[in-house]
Design a protein around this ligand. Structure first.
Ligand code: NOJ
Length: 664
């Protein structure tokens, strides 16, 4: 009798495991994602890397106004598959991206009758999951929260910015996991054992952006809420019609920083390109009538210091032509800058001759980058998108910088957070409409990028960062040296950034308490370390001509790449990137450091064996220092091969840049 009950117990256990717990491994077997239903029918997952539990059993599910979908599920079954594909980017940090994962879909039935699938993907460098509802009796859901959590098994260190940081323009800080109050997604985590995690979302569509907070031992999800007619926070987060999938919840999980930076999980989780002919989408370097407004020597609005005049733009266009810069941005060319409330996107100020300038730009072969600041009136902009883009396209303008300066935007659904569901819908509509008119978008005051550019590569770059402009006017004196050494491992992992590198003149007589905390060589290093396919060289032409020999690097450096790699780095201390220009054998290396001087050690093993290359090295002068001698630099030339190692001293707040071109 005893042995019968023992066998029965084993059978029950096996049955229970089969019906309630299921798992997948990454293709290389290093990462293990398990799923189970608890006795209460609550879905949970756990993750192990190299046999060590990194994320313990963590909650899944959705809280909805109609019903609580965090428990009372039964497992109907599960499917799994292996996927491997290599796809070509329209532009990017590399030409080819490989997408390899194992997928497991668990089919759940809720006690209410609703059916929900959870799809897990295990990659060699992380994992992702999402909820989906197929066509069924249930027709809609009001999501009031997502139960998704990440129960990390140790007290790691987390880099983050608070969730209400206006436009994500904050300084990232590091804090223990348990001290994380509500912060924006993404967060970058330095794991106790020396590895790294990057928690974010991918393919954010018609859904609020996620935020994260720590409670009861886990990092949890706080979806950006809807606001009511008085702009007060509502309990509702997302209104969804069934069928729909949620965005992907993703975690990059790697042992080293170069692997973290090289992960392409976020792009791989977005659907393939939806634009058939992408030949009109071109990565470009651009200058602009812009920095002058920020250092207050020019104005956006018409008047004696008006920046966007026909004569000034002509000067910029001719300068760009002479120096091989692809395009010129002009801000303040259109009516509305007096009160920032009623922008007119198709009527220039009288001192801006659009017909003349667009004809001149065409003759010179230099593009004009348009500028549409909405002042946060997204609704007005959205209602006029077609006529606005038709006007720009008719003037040969194929790239537009958009802006939403207002902490809360006026959407077609009233005043809302820009990263709430209404804001996310708006940005999406802008990108899709712009594509119809062959217009690329540089989105300022955006929602945090989530890899949408794979599907819509006309979404080329975004701000969502405390950028260079803070060095022009910030009351706290400007960005500390450390800031730029944090961004490649935090914000920029979410996608291209319009940081606007390239200030060459650090004194600002109008706001003397503020300055750029870097050497000139650090500014050059940014062109390689900060990836953007629309890359701005932000300073004035006359400032570039003060250091024409150093400007040569900006003229030369591409903004579209065949391969990219992090040579070395430490979050908040320094970083060194090497990138190969797309469809060339040319390599560019950039390094930046914080307020600590340090030596960059760069083995050139990425170069082809047996080839000789010419090196032009732009490096800090021996006595350079961001505060006392920011302009001290040397330019050295030489010959290198793949067996050489460069050793370059970076000054306090300094850096370097190198162009390494094959010799014939
Ligand atoms: C804020 C943007 O970040 C900046 O680049 C732009 O110049 C101003 N808004 C005006 O649109």
């Amino acid at each position: 009798m005893k042995s019968y009950s023992y066998i029965l117990f084993i059978l029950l256990f096996v049955f229970a495991s089969c019906s309630h717990q299921t798992e997948i491994t990454s293709p290389d077997g290093s990462l293990f994602v398990s799923f189970r239903l608890t006795d209460a029918g609550a879905p949970e997952y756990a993750v192990a890397l190299d046999g060590e539990t990194v994320i313990d059993w963590s909650a899944l599910g959705l809280k909805c106004a109609e019903q609580d979908m965090t428990a009372n599920f039964v497992l109907q079954g599960s499917d799994s598959r292996f996927h491997q594909e290599t796809w070509e980017t329209v532009w990017g940090e590399e030409r080819e991206i490989t997408d390899t994962y194992k997928e497991m879909v668990v089919h759940l039935r809720h006690s209410s009758g609703a059916e929900m699938d959870i799809t897990f993907r295990a990659f060699n460098d992380g994992f992702a999951f999402r909820y989906s509802f197929s066509e069924q009796e249930l027709k809609s859901l009001t999501i009031t929260e997502e139960a998704s959590e990440y129960r990390f098994t140790a007290e790691h260190q987390v880099w983050s910015i608070p969730w209400r940081t206006e436009y994500y323009e904050g300084l990232w800080t590091k804090a223990p996991l348990s001290a994380i109050d509500t912060v924006c997604s993404p967060v970058t985590i330095e794991l106790q054992n020396g590895g790294y995690a990057f928690v974010h979302e991918a393919s954010l569509r018609d859904y609020p952006a996620q935020n994260l907070y720590y409670a009861d031992g886990a990092l949890r999800t706080y979806l950006t809420p809807w606001l009511d007619e008085h702009a007060h926070i509502m309990p509702d987060k997302a209104y969804k019609n069934v069928p729909f999938p949620s965005p992907w919840r993703m975690v990059i999980l790697t042992r080293t920083l170069p692997e973290l930076v090289a992960s392409r999980i976020m792009l791989n989780l977005n659907p393939p390109c939806r634009i058939d002919d992408t030949s009109w989408i071109k990565p470009m370097k651009f200058m602009g009538i812009w920095w002058g407004m920020h250092i207050k020597t020019m104005t956006w609005e018409a008047g004696p210091k008006h920046g966007a005049t026909t004569a000034n733009m002509e000067r910029y266009l001719r300068f760009a032509k002479e120096h091989g810069i692809d395009a010129v941005l002009a801000e303040g060319w259109n009516l509305g800058w007096e009160d920032w409330k009623h922008f007119d996107f198709t009527t220039p100020y009288p001192d801006w001759d659009m017909d003349y300038l667009s004809k001149l730009a065409g003759e010179l072969g230099v593009q004009i980058v348009g500028h549409n600041e909405t002042g946060g009136n997204a609704a007005d902009y959205e209602c006029n998108l077609d006529s606005i883009y038709r006007y720009h396209a008719a003037h040969g303008i194929h790239a537009i910088k958009t802006g939403y300066v207002s902490p809360i935007v006026r959407t077609v659904n009233g005043l809302q957070f820009n990263k709430g569901q209404a804001g996310v819908r708006h940005y999406r509509k802008v990108i899709e409409t712009a594509a119809k008119y062959h217009i690329c978008i540089d989105n300022h005051e955006p929602v945090m990028p989530t890899g949408l550019q794979r599907t819509w590569p006309n979404l080329m770059t975004q701000e969502g960062v405390r950028g260079q402009e803070w060095n022009a006017w910030s009351v706290d004196g400007g960005n500390p040296c450390e800031h730029v050494t944090v961004l490649p491992f935090t914000r920029i992992l979410a996608g291209p950034v319009d940081f606007t590198p390239g200030v060459f003149h650090f004194e600002n007589p109008v706001i003397p308490t503020t300055r750029v905390h870097s050497t000139l060589m650090n500014q050059l290093g940014l062109f390689v370390c900060f990836y953007s396919p629309l890359q701005m060289a932000c300073d004035l032409p006359e400032h570039y001509m003060e250091h024409a020999d150093a400007f040569r690097f900006i003229e030369q450096v591409p903004c579209d790449w065949e391969h990219s790699l992090l040579v070395d780095g430490k979050i908040g201390d320094f970083c060194i990137f090497a990138r190969q220009g797309r469809a060339t054998d040319d390599w560019y290396i950039g390094g930046i450091t914080d307020e600590q001087p340090r030596e960059a050690v760069v083995p050139l093993s990425m170069l082809d064996q047996g080839k000789k290359y010419s090196l032009t090295l732009y490096r800090d002068g021996d006595d350079a220092d961001w505060l006392t001698r920011p302009y001290a630099y040397n330019i050295e030339k030489g010959e290198v091969t793949c067996s050489d190692t460069l050793r370059i001293r970076m000054a306090a707040g300094g850096g370097f840049a190198a162009a390494i071109l094959p010799k014939n």
